[in-house]
Design a protein around this ligand. Sequence first.
Ligand code: FAD
Ligand code: SIN
Length: 544
Amino acid sequence: MLTQVVLLHNLYIHMTRTADFLVIGSGIAGLSFALKAAKHGKVLIVTKSNEDESNTKYAQGGVAVVVDKKEDSFEKHIEDTLIAGDGLCDKKVVEIVVEEGPARIREIIDYGTNFDKTNEGFYDLAKEGGHSEYRVLHYKDITGWEIERSLLDQIHLNPNIVILTHYFAVDLITQHHLGEFVDKSSNDINCYGIYALNTLNGMVEKILSKVTVMASGGAGHIYSITTNPTIATGDGVAMVYRAKGKVRNMEFIQFHPTALYNPGEYPSFLISEAVRGFGGILKRTNGQEFMQEYDERKSLAPRDIVARAIDAEIKKSGEDYVYLDIRHRSKKDILAHFPNIYAKCLEIGIDMTKDMIPVAPACHYMCGGVMVGHSGRSSIRRLYACGECSSTGLHGSNRLASNSLLEALVFAHRIYKDALNVFNDAVIPDNIPQWDEHGVQLSNEDILVTHNVREMQKLMSDYVGIVRSDFRLERAMRRLGLLYEETEEFYKRTKISVKLCELRNLLQVSYIVVKSAMLRKESRGLHYTTDYPIHADGQHDTVF
Ligand code: FAD
Ligand code: SIN
């Protein structure tokens, strides 16, 4: 039952809401879970910006799934995912996602999602780096926008789903808030919901739930150059970490090789890998091809390889970018496949049918996250994690392009099935306190927050980027420590704001990334360090 109780307490107006299923985030993971759970109970979605603002909305290339069983097969998609993951994927999870994927895609098509078809009426499958076959379903070059649109259309029709926009989830509620001691070794931590900031009136509300699903997306903004929209500040991972839940493999941050080089634009606009799948060739600024010097798959090698090659070329040439050349394809084909990318480039004076596109790598995807099992359960009871904020084991040390939208759909379904049992037995304690704001003051020093965000992004970009070393990681850790202490001290005496909470979360996530990177004494997938340039014997996950 969704109820609202308003209490006057210590001059603050406190509001308590309750839900059967609480979902944090309105991207593909949160929305697809909500639509299923709503068949069995009241669902409350909290989301920190407009309802459609999410990484999902900006997905371009599409969804990798086996459609054409003549040329393609589950075995090939599994193999490509394992190769990209460079020895660290959970094979069982890869099989689950690939084999359950087609049924989940059928569901979103039934919800009304459109994917492009050929004139003959077959799905127009694209190819991206690391894929041995054409298997990427897409809607022009705005696939994520189309999926988000169709899911939200269904959400709006569902009377069992309430969506609270401009609500910022601050912290998970556990027995810690009832005065009980919990730490990382506790295996009986329960999640009872969240404290959330209503950003329109500045009040923190208590939201209680039988089941909570973290679907808060990625953390692109730990770096100063990213393709992610500004919502991607790692809030979910930081919240779970603070609540003493486990997070895994956070050193594996994926840099997309080809973000549009357009100084001053933040976040960066993505030039989809599908452009390379369509024949686009990476070239030096003098027009020479170079990928053959790095990998026999050339411009369509897996992302970690292409991003490192571009990084090396940029360092050698002293230029800030390389070029992507698609001029050999016809204007008609380019416009049919990439209307959004074409329009964006034209806006800044580049006609991609006649000009090469300047591109450079940008932080794009968080391959690690909240550690979950095969049903999406986190290490905290009654808390699930889904989508980019989770670490299911699918991506290993490097995500295969266009596998993430599929992963979110498959795990949203698995969580839904599992959560039905959990929610039936769940009891919410009736003595959970309201958010405590005693002793805090309104800040008139927002520059402290802005400065620390910039400093953190700069140090992460300079010291914890595509190529790492012990020396750089140690420097990063020392500086993060200072920023962390300063921010915690400020946080304790300041009335919370979204910007302050995001800074705190970004710092926490950066700290975990660096700590994980320091522990990995080898190069694997997206983690490349000059001190240990090859694979170590055996494999291990980094878990905190
Ligand atoms: P998101 O879609 O990011 O949703 C997260 C939600 O959580 C948002 O609504 C956000 O506002 C909300 N939120 C976050 N923190 C809080 C908080 N504290 N309180 C309340 N709400 C919060 N993947 C593919 O498979 N194929 C592609 O073609 C592809 N292209 C991409 C292109 C771009 C430019 C980008 C950035 C990513 C792309 N990806 C692609 C990756 C993919 O889009 C994401 O991994 C996926 O959409 C993540 O979905 P999600 O639901 O987990 O998170
Ligand atoms: C792209 O279109 O290049 C993005 C695909 C992805 O991140 O999976």
